[in-house]
Structure formats: C-alpha cells, structure tokens
Write a protein that binds this ligand. Structure first.
Ligand code: M6R
Length: 608
C-alpha cells in the first residue's frame, strides 16, 4: 500500500504535492519522493524515511515547476532505500512514474525489456512501468500508457509524466484507488480524497481502467479504446479526518474490512491454481529440511496466536513436529537450538524486542531462521535467512486484525511449501487446499456483511465483567486470539479454554448469565464441542456460537449463532475469527472506548 499524488496548476508543485502526501502517510511511510516537470525537464527528489526527510531535502534544494507527481511508499518489492523510492524513471529520465499496487508479472517484463537493451536500477516492480511507457512511446503519451497497461498484470494506480509532453499528466487505476481533484485552473490526482481536500471538494472517483489525461486545458477521461467517458463530479461533504479512514469511523473497522484484500494480496503470485507455490524470498531447500530435526515458532501476542495455527497446520500437512512459544519465555528458557533447528519468527512490525532477541540468539546458535513479517526492511526481515512477507499493508490500529489473518495465510502457504518439499501431500491434495484458499477473500466479505447479528449481541452484552471463549483444535487457537482482542479493545476480562479442559476447573466460573463464545468449525470435534456448550448452557451461560452455514442444530442451546460459509476445517480460522473481531469492536464502540488506541498499549513493542 502506497500513496500517490499529482498536481498541475500555477502554484509550486512540490509544495502542493508534499502537503498532499502528508495526508496519505497512513498508506505508507518508509520513503517519499516527487518528480517535477520544469521547462521540459524532469527533476526527481526522493529519499528513504518519513516525509519530513523529503521536506528537509526540498528546503535545502527547492524544486521549481508547477506540474508534478509524488509518492509515499510502503515497501513490497525491494527494501526501503533511496533507490527503491518512487518516482521511478526510465534510463534517460524522460518518463517518470508513481505507482501504488503490485505488478505481478514485473520479472518477465523486466527480462523482456532487458533483452531490448533497457537497464534497471532498483529492486522494485514499479521500475518496469516508465520503461514500458518509453518503449511504447510513438508521439502520444496516452497511447504509450494504454499499451504499457496492456502488458501489466496485477494492481496499480499510476501517475505518469513525460518530458516529451511537458504539460500533461496521464493516470489510470486497476484494483488500487485513484481519484481526480478538479480545482480552479488546477487539477490533482490522489490515492485518497484527503490529499486534495485543502484545494477542492470536487472530485472524480475513477473506476478500473479509466484513464485520465490532465492538461492545462482541463481533464479528459477515456477508456482503453480512447473513447471519452462522461462522469459526474462527486462533491465531498465530509471532513478530511473521516476521509483518511476511507469513510470508516476508525482504523480498526477499516482494517477489519480490508481483510479480504489483505488475504488476496498475501496469496498473490504465491497461490496460483495449477502452479507450484512460489516463495521468492525463501531459499530453504529439501536438503536444508532433511537436515532439520526441530522446528520452533516463536512470537508475541497476536503473532503468537497465528503461530499456534501454524504449528497445527505444519504438523498436519508437512508431518513435521513443531514447538511454539512466546518470545519472552522462550528466550530465557535456554532453548535447545542448533544447526539442525528451523526457527520461525512471526512479527507484524518486525521490530518486537523479544522476537528479535530470539532471532539473534537462534542465528548465533546456528539455526536457520525464517521470518514472517508485514514490514519490508524491518529488523527481522533484514536479519532472517528467509522472509515470508504478509501483504496486509500498514496496520495503524493498535489491535491487530488484518495482520493476523494474513499471518494465518502465511502459515498455510508455508505449511504447503514444506509439505511439497517433504513430498507429504499429493499434487491433488495441495491443489484442493489452494483452491479453497483462493475462495477465502469472497467468504470473508460475506462474513463481514453479516455483522448486524454480532452488533445486536454486542449491544446486549457490552456491560459484562467477564467473557469466556471455548474451542477445540483450531477453534481453541482462535479462541485465544479472540480473547486477546476482547481484552485489548473492551477491557472486559476474558479467558480462552480448550473445551476439554472445562471440567478440570474453569466450569466453576460459569453461573447464570455468564457469556461464552464458541466456534464449531472442526468437524471431528464438533459433537464434543456441542456437549461442552450444553454443559455451560445448563448452568445458565448465554452462548454465542460460530458455526458453518447449515449447522442449525446448534441453535437449540445458544442465544445467538453466527453462520460462516463452509470451507476446509483447516482454513476455518480465517473465517471464524472475523465475527469475534467484530464482537470485540462493537462492544468497545458501545462502551465509547478509543478503539484505535486502547489504553496502555503500543503498536510496536520495541522494549522487553
Ligand atoms: O509486531 P508484532 O507482531 O511482533 O507484535 C506482537 C504483539 O505485540 C502484537 O501482536 C500485540 O499483541 C497486538 N496488540 C495484538 O492486537
């Protein structure tokens, strides 16, 4: 996820662009840059780090010119660095491009352009775009951009400028957001409305493959055949603060809604039907694996809970025994790590102190270290031998939601990869799981759409003092995460127990009115879980169950059932956790709490 802006008018473009980018920093902030066209020359200033670094650079060496494009980056391909920052240019810097999205086939385009004499400086996917535009340029920038996009697969919102047509910006989107701002004798493009709100409230909301041709004479929107598109101006009536959250009340609910896309992005180019799983930053081979006799997964908080699912699925699919621990315990228990150990660390931020300490200790002891992280260029991504990025985009809300589900996807992907290295599953088995995984984004959307039932339950129970989560197998793994979410967001005391442990003590806590939440997605354990639900219901508990569509029998003993679409039991955590996230969220909202920044918590725990 990145933010792009473009400006054409009479004012100093770099000032307008930087101000616009400041409203998009929530989309990424590991580097920033602008390209300004002045007297037919493109001048680029870009650097690693926050936007203020770019501002300082521009204060020392200001850029003249009143047409340009700008970018704030959330690295996906290539670590945050000056050279990987946008805008990117072709070799002789006659074309410059800002891009938000992922060009999935960039490697084959790069090879093809290289064979035609083009050279590349960065590790980014984006750099192929200015070179494609240069390659296809035959006197008309819009033609070149249309041809370039025909070659590109994946998602993009791009802004393009060219020295050959110095009074023009061309832009287009596909599966990444882009709007056009229409001011008085000045025009804008941006990834999101707040970037233009200080200048205009009149915007065009672009659809996929609608091309913008912006000149001093005005704006023309065309389709791929260059036929003009007539579009209504949308008048923005809300304020900038709300818009940065994409119209959502807060980042937490926005990020919950972003989960279908985050899951899809994390699978992109890795899980493809009929193709082998591709993990580009993982060089772990069958030989490495044959030499490994122990696997540890180590992490903290939500990432640890994703690791619990990881243990289960790696053991089941790849047949490798896995131990899981929280980093703060693991590091001080003199773990038995050596050169026959595979250490998997999971961390959204990639900067969590305890997790990082375990990684470093593991390396010292000769382990092979594989990191699952969301932040390109983070400490764990730099220090691990292998990296599996989750592509959730920046997670702003302190309580993790979309990062968690993408960590689950990473765990499935890794388990399948290990299983195929170990030749533990047939190609047909792997294909079946992949096929179901590819269905998950749509199914998550369906679960989110069904939020009213959860809202109702939350509005009845938001004043509870305690809540309990029960589950068996993978349902227990997500019960732990659900319980953490409830604590973090609502400050309600909660505990997660395996259903089978109930009679060994916890059932003493159940009394008339106690709220119990339980999911029933593990077919082999379903009847046992129903018995556990009956045991607590008989003692007066009010139960909310999460069950597969069609499992209506469970309605008899519970106050509410939230149905989720059927999937493989193994993948069910990705769907079953969503109602529990929503329950925590709506309960917190009912209580009037600050959901994005719960008390006493920080997004990244960089001290132990
Ligand atoms: O950045 P990390 O994934 O390493 O962070 C680990 C935990 O601090 C984090 O998951 C924490 O538990 C969140 N607040 C959960 O919502």
């Amino acid at each position: 996820m990145c933010g792009i802006v473009g400006f054409l008018g009479k004012r100093n473009a770099s000032e307008v662009l930087v101000e616009g980018l400041s409203k998009l920093e929530y989309r990424g902030y590991d580097s920033a840059g602008v390209a300004i066209l002045n007297h037919g020359d493109i001048n680029v200033k870009k650097c690693k780090g926050r936007l203020r670094n770019l501002e300082e650079k521009l204060n020392v060496e200001p850029l003249e010119g009143n047409l340009g494009i700008g970018h704030t980056r959330w690295a996906t391909h290539g670590e945050p660095s000056d050279v990987n920052s946008h805008p990117h240019c072709n070799g002789n810097e006659t074309v410059s491009v800002v891009h938000n999205g992922i060009i999935e086939n960039y490697l084959s385009i790069k090879e093809w352009l290289t064979s035609k004499g083009y050279e590349f400086l960065s590790d980014t996917d984006t750099e192929v775009i200015p070179n494609l535009v240069d390659y296809y340029y035959e006197g008309d920038l819009i033609d070149a951009v249309i041809k370039a996009t025909r070659k590109m697969e994946g998602s993009y919102a791009i802004g393009v400028i060219s020295e050959k047509e110095p009074d023009k910006i061309v832009a287009v989107r596909k599966d990444s957001p882009l709007i056009v701002g229409v001011g008085e004798d000045e025009y804008f493009i941006a990834s999101d409305i707040p970037a233009v709100l200080n200048h205009t409230r009149n915007v065009y909301l672009l659809e996929d493959k609608e091309f913008v041709i912006m000149t001093r004479q005005g704006i023309k929107l065309v389709n791929e055949e260059k036929e003009e598109i007539k579009k209504e101006i949308y008048k923005v009536t809300w304020n900038a603060d709300a818009a940065e959250k994409g119209g959502f009340e807060d980042f937490t609910i926005k990020e919950i809604h972003e989960q279908p896309k985050a899951v899809k992005d994390t699978m992109t180019s890795r899980i493809v039907e009929g193709e082998k799983i591709k993990l580009d930053k993982i060089s772990l081979t069958k030989e490495h694996l044959d030499n490994i006799d122990k696997v540890y997964i180590v992490a903290c908080g939500t990432a640890y809970h994703a690791g619990v699912v990881g243990k289960y699925v790696i053991e089941k699919l790849a047949g490798i025994p896995v131990e899981i621990d929280v980093a703060s315990e693991f590091r001080y228990r003199e773990p038995l790590m050596n050169d026959r150990t595979l250490l998997i660390v999971v961390s959204q931020s990639g900067e969590t102190a305890d997790t990082l300490a375990v990684l470093r200790d593991g390396k010292k002891k000769g382990c092979r270290v594989l990191a699952v992280t969301n932040v390109v260029g983070s400490s764990v991504s730099r220090e691990a031998h292998d990296v599996l990025y989750t592509w959730a985009g920046p997670e702003i809300a302190v309580a993790s939601t979309k990062a968690y589900v993408t960590q689950l996807i990473a765990m499935y992907t890794l388990a399948l990869h290990l299983a195929s290295l170990k030749e533990k599953l047939t190609v047909e088995d792997i294909e079946e799981i992949k096929k179901e995984m590819l269905e998950l984004p749509k199914k998550i959307e369906k679960v989110i759409e069904n939020k009213e039932e959860i809202q109702k339950f939350a509005s009845k129970h938001y004043m509870e003092r305690d809540m309990f989560f029960l589950g068996r197998g993978l349902d227990y793994a997500i019960a732990m995460e659900a319980s953490l979410k409830l604590k973090e967001l609502t400050y309600i005391h909660s505990e997660a127990y395996p259903g089978g442990e109930l009679k060994h003590g916890p059932i003493a806590l159940i009394e008339k009115g106690t709220v119990v939440i339980s999911s029933l997605t593990q077919t082999a354990l379903r009847d046992k879980m129903v018995s556990n639900i009956q045991e607590v219901a008989t003692r007066g508990a009010r139960v909310m169950a999460i069950a597969y569509e069609g499992d209506t029998e469970v309605e008899k003993s519970v106050e509410a059932v939230i149905y989720i679409p059927r999937t493989l039991d193994l993948l069910a955590p990705v769907l079953a956790i969503i109602p529990m996230q929503l329950l925590a969220y709506y309960t917190a909202v009912q209580k009037g709490l600050d959901v994005d920044k719960p008390r006493n918590l920080a997004k990244s725990v960089t001290v132990e």
